[in-house]
Each structure stands twice: as structure tokens, then as C-alpha cells.
Design a protein around this ligand. Sequence first.
Ligand SMILES: *Cc1c(COP(=O)(O)O)cnc(C)c1O
Length: 221
Amino acid sequence: MNIEFYQALIQSLSKTHTKLIAVSKTRSNDALMEAYQLGIRAFGENKVQELVAKQEALPKDIEWHLIGHLQSNKVKYIAPFIYLIHSIDSLSLLEEVNKQAEKNNRIIRCLLQCHIAKEETKYGFSAAALETVLSNGTLTAFKHIELCGLMGMATNTDDAMLIEQEFASLQQLFLAIKSNYFSAQDSFKELSMGMSGDYEMAIKHGSTMVRIGSSLFGERS
Ligand SMILES: *Cc1c(COP(=O)(O)O)cnc(C)c1O
């Protein structure tokens, strides 16, 4: 755990409306406990099996965030306890989350993942697909989902201008969707963007949740 980085980070986040999600994928329970002792309570994982194992072993006041691609057949394992799913990338996935949330007598918070990067491989809705899904009213049928905002990832590049353009366009999309579809819903307020390499730029463009792994815990092997 890089304590100097962590202290500087929380100092700078305290001047913003941005929350830290500590991305703990591949890290040991001991590493998570070290972060927990420093006061971190929000952890992000990208694999269901690993997330469930950590949730069982670690303190129950941790908020678990799923940030990686979620397969519909695995939703049932996290539905009882997941705090926020950042990575809703299809309508059929949302439907399954709604179904499992109902079974567990819960409302599950979700973000819609948007495809903003130039790279081909990233999951998520395009701006046009999002517009379609939101305008046809399908989402209002999901009574056990609380849509809390959008998530996105910038292209993995050294080109700072490209990253800035992508975050700026996600912020524009978020603001447009909020005012067109969620103006009466205070809970639609989260914009999850920014990782170790680009979180400062993300905060400049209105990020409310930065997902930081390697700068906190060291490079992943
Ligand atoms: C791994 C991961 C992160 C954290 O990346 P770092 O560069 O280690 O900070 C953030 N978001 C998602 C979706 C990830 O998979």
C-alpha cells in the first residue's frame, strides 16, 4: 500500500465531490485489510468469484463495487450484498439484475457503462444505444434497480488530449441524460470515471467516483 499516495489523494479528493473506489482486484485479503485499517471502505473488483470470496472473508461494513464485465449467470452470487454495479453494459444484464434483486428483496444500484474509448474491445453502450434504451421507457419496468449514473473508461493511451476529449464527452452525455430523463431523480448523480493514470483529468470533468488500483496497491503482476 502506497500510504503517501493515499494521503495526498484523500487530501485532494476532500476538495471535490469525488469518492475513492479502491480497486483491489488480484490483491490479497491482507492487502485489503491494510487499506481497511487506513479507513477505506469502498472496494472495486472485476471478477465475481474473487469478489464473493473476499466479501465472505472480510468485514461486513465494506461496500463492494463490481467494476468489470458481468455475465448474467453470475448476477445471483452478488445480488444479496453488492453495493453498486458500475458495469451494466446491456439491457438483458439489467433485466437479470432486476430479477435477482427482487428475489433478494433489494433494490440494487447500477451505473450504465458507456463506450467512450477509441479502442474496440471495451464493453458498454454507445451514446446512440443509450438514447434508444432510455427513450423507449423499458427501464421504468425495472422496479428493483436504482439507476445512479454512468461509468466509462478512456482509451489506454499517453495522448492526454484524447483522454480529455473522451472524459469531456462522457460528462456532456451524463448531463444531457440527467436533464432529459432523470431530472426528477436525485439518485441519478454518479459519474464513475478515472483510474490511476487519468483520474486528475476525470475529476476536472466532473467524475464523482475514481477507481484507483495500481497507484494505491502497486503494479499488478
Ligand atoms: C483495473 C481497473 C481499474 C483500476 O486501474 P488502475 O490503473 O490499476 O488504477 C479501474 N477501472 C476498471 C474497470 C478496472 O478494471
